[in-house]
Design a protein around this ligand. Structure first.
Ligand SMILES: [Zn+2]
Length: 91
């Protein structure tokens, strides 16, 4: 669990406490929480699949990405914005 996932877990407890005190709070918070969950998901590294020397596949959106001529490994998927994990790449 990374720092963003921990922060989200704490936030969920806080929102649950607010809901326990006042059930009307949750109605306002549904979109707000799903937006934060989406951000945490994007910031959580997901391993890439290396298809060849020049192509990788993002395992979040399944798009195939062509690397630059210098084979620089991007930190984020240029299509879905997901943080890419190169240390655990699938070959
Ligand atoms: Zn992607």
């Amino acid at each position: 669990m990374n720092e963003y996932q921990k922060a989200l877990k704490i936030l969920k407890y806080i929102v649950q406490d607010m809901f326990d005190i006042n059930p009307h709070v949750m109605v306002m918070d549904i979109d707000f929480m799903s937006s934060i969950e989406e951000l945490v998901e994007r910031a959580t590294p997901k391993k890439v699949t290396k298809l060849s020397e020049s192509y990788i596949q993002c395992n979040a959106c399944n798009v195939i990405i062509e690397l630059d001529e210098d084979k620089t490994m991007p930190h984020f998927c240029e299509f879905c914005g997901r943080k890419l994990d190169w240390e655990k790449e699938e070959i």
